[in-house]
Design a binder for this molecule. Structure first.
Ligand code: FAD
Length: 493
């Protein structure tokens, strides 16, 4: 059988390994870490378990599909539960709001708490659905870089209704069209952070991100987020995929128009096709040094990064759930600091994720495992040690104010990740979480295609290429790669 070599065992690399196996390739994956999963990794410390990277799981059917490709029942390998409470929101003035999974409950509750007409809330949610329905085929499921994508009926339908997509204004401006209450606007502005962008710059079409969460729901994987990457790794191994761990790829070996294989620890591996799941910037700068560099794409603004405190807290907080947000008082200033000044705003929004709310075994009894994340700029050489110290104090003070507690003495275990650590452990350029930001209308078109224009048997998957970052989009990138590889096989035939 033909061989496929994959660089990186992030979620997209693992998913691609399964899809290419299904296409009949013998697949080998080379991963520089001693483990698979990339950003989907976890640690155990002092009796606590922490997922290191992603904490929010949406569109689980995209994971299920990978088991179903092989006619297997997903639940034999991987299980998840639907959350009834999506997120708890807190503001400094004492306002609290819980977003329920049921849309009618959300409309009722939001109308009461934020004093907005139910009809406006419903109109907003309906428009988000329309945006998603019109554009998902074009932006998420197909290559944006193939002519046939633009000739499909779905694309023509989307183009005919382009005025409904809010492409030429910011997400904040779109949200202001529907709402007057600044807190509800802030709640919906937050969805820009799901792809590491600013609500004051990313286009209004991004309101459809909230649709993914509010319409399709949010889920918790049994065993934690880490189980997404680990169950798929085990399954891929069962299907014959070979994972080489501690195997850093040093070079993609190229001919004039095709690639021949990989150089790994001074050894050459020959392959019929190569797929890079490494960040696109790093793929070009370290593995494809002699290739034509797509400068505009590589110079795209990077998405935000994160500073995360993983805290073992020796107390239980009944007012918190799996997902919790403590909002900043000035959201615009917060994003200006992140994207314009490359600094951290003094009163940052805090996200607290607590998986021991779902699975008690993630923390000792009467304790909780807190994942406390702050959105920060990508790494431009800031003094992260200094920032960690300052932020730690600011974050604890804000939590104390809003939850009326004294947190510092309750922290009995601590681990920290910052943009430098994220880059070191996953090769994400500047430690950004989602590749390029979506801070302008053209971002989607500038993002690197899932194939190389120079080498016909080289492909790219993962959060830094089309269609973008986050687990669902990474999984979709694998699907597009597999479609491109099928086309290539047809050409060979
Ligand atoms: P990565 O996870 O980036 O993995 C790439 C892999 O390639 C790594 O394992 C790396 O070691 C390997 N590699 C790189 N170079 C080489 C080389 N030369 N040789 C061999 N191997 C190499 N997404 C969500 O959906 N929900 C969330 O809640 C969410 N929150 C996040 C929070 C944090 C703190 C972070 C960091 C990310 C978050 N994301 C979230 C984003 C999500 O984690 C990523 O979009 C996704 O996991 C990226 O997967 P990937 O396939 O692109 O590869």
């Amino acid at each position: 059988p033909p061989t496929a070599l994959i660089i990186g065992a992030g979620i997209a690399g693992i998913a691609t390994s399964l899809r290419l196996t299904k296409l009949g390739y013998q697949v080998q994956v080379f991963e520089s870490n001693p483990h698979t999963g990339g950003k989907l990794h976890a640690i155990k410390q002092d009796g606590y378990r922490f997922d290191l990277g992603p904490s929010l799981f949406t569109m689980p059917h995209l994971v299920d599909e990978l088991f179903q490709l092989f006619d297997e029942e997903p639940s034999a390998y991987f299980n998840y539960i639907k959350k009834e409470n999506l997120c708890n929101y807190f503001w400094e003035d004492g306002t609290k709001f819980q977003v329920k999974e049921s849309l009618p409950s959300f409309i009722n509750d939001a109308s009461l708490v934020f004093d907005e007409p139910k009809s406006n809330i419903k109109a907003y949610l309906d428009r988000n659905k329309l945006k998603y329905d019109l554009t998902q085929e074009l932006f998420l499921k197909k290559s944006l870089h193939k002519t046939k994508t633009y000739l499909s009926a779905n694309t023509l339908k989307a183009i005919a209704q382009v005025n409904k997509l809010h492409l030429y204004e910011s997400l904040d401006q779109t949200n202001q069209r529907y709402f007057t209450n600044p807190k509800l606007i802030q709640l919906f502005n937050r969805y820009a952070t799901y792809n590491g962008s600013s609500p004051f710059q990313t286009p209004g079409i991004m309101s459809m991100i909230s649709h993914l969460e509010m319409y399709f729901g949010t889920f918790y994987p049994v065993g934690g987020m880490h189980e997404i990457s680990q169950s798929l790794t085990r399954f891929a191994e069962n299907q014959g995929v070979v994972f080489h761990l501690n195997a850093k790829v040093d070079e993609i070996v190229t001919d004039t128009k095709k690639v021949n294989g990989l150089k790994v620890n001074n050894q050459f591996y020959e392959g019929d096709i190569v797929v890079s799941n490494m960040d696109i910037f790093s793929s070009y700068s370290s593995l494809l040094k002699t290739a034509i560099q797509p400068k505009k794409t590589l110079n795209q603004e990077r998405s935000s990064s994160a500073l995360i405190f993983y805290w073992g807290i020796k107390k239980e907080f009944p007012e918190l759930d799996l997902h919790n947000i403590l909002f900043s008082e000035d959201y615009q200033a917060e994003f200006e600091a992140i994207f314009n000044e490359k600094e951290i705003y003094e009163d940052p929004t805090i996200y607290i994720n607590i998986t021991s709310k779902e699975d008690k075994s993630d923390a000792p009894s009467d304790a909780e495992n807190w994942f406390v994340m702050i959105n920060v700029p990508a790494n431009y050489g800031q003094d992260w040690m200094q920032i960690r110290k300052k932020l730690r104090k600011q974050v604890i003070a804000k939590i104390n104010r809003i939850l009326n507690t004294d947190l510092a003495p309750l922290i009995e275990s601590e681990y920290v990740w910052d943009p430098v650590e994220i880059e070191k452990s996953t090769s994400s350029h500047r430690g950004s979480l989602y590749g390029a930001s979506s801070n302008d209308q053209m971002a989607a078109f500038l993002r690197h295609p899932n194939f190389s224009k120079q080498y016909n048997n080289l492909f790219f998957c993962g959060g830094s290429v089309h269609p973008g970052g986050g687990i669902p989009l990474c999984l979709l990138s694998s699907k597009i790669v597999s479609d491109c590889v099928s086309d290539l096989k047809l050409t060979y035939a």
